[in-house]
Design a protein around this ligand. Structure first.
Ligand SMILES: [Zn+2]
Length: 143
């Protein structure tokens, strides 16, 4: 896809947020000019979003900066919260951190399962105690 085609493409603000089948949602991408570092809102960036495989989304876009430079972007987003972007012909891989609220949820899920396990063990012990009493009764009645 050449620059002219990408410049004619629709702006990216209508193509976001991107939601993956596992629930991971990318609400926006922060674009900036590679020359003057001026940030560009999505509506200034035009391009295409394509899904070739379920867990990745490819973004090909261009942004014509007021400074005169036409920036070209190629980004691959992945559903496990990482992304790669093409910079001077090399792919740079970036892993984003798990947000705090998800860490908290994971922690409580773990706690919950731990509690459930303890409760199951208590119930099991009760059943064993009952079984032992029954067995004792059987033994004593046999004598
Ligand atoms: Zn610029």
């Amino acid at each position: 896809m050449n620059i002219e085609e990408l410049l004619r493409a629709p702006s990216l603000d209508g193509q976001f947020p991107i939601t993956f089948s596992n629930g991971y949602r990318v609400s926006t991408i922060h674009f900036e000019c590679t020359a003057c570092k001026k940030p560009a809102p999505l509506k200034q960036v035009s391009g295409y979003i394509s899904r070739i495989v379920e867990n990745t989304v490819d973004v090909r876009a261009v942004m014509q900066c007021p400074c005169g430079l036409i920036n070209r972007y190629q980004i691959r987003l992945r559903n496990e919260r990482s992304y790669s972007h093409l910079k001077d012909g090399t792919w740079i891989h970036v892993t984003t951190k798990t947000p705090l609220h998800e860490k908290v949820i994971k922690y409580y899920k773990f706690k919950f399962h731990a509690c459930l396990l303890v409760w199951k063990l208590i119930m099991m012990k009760r059943h064993l105690n009952k079984l032992q009493t029954v067995l004792k009764c059987i033994q004593t009645s046999r004598k």
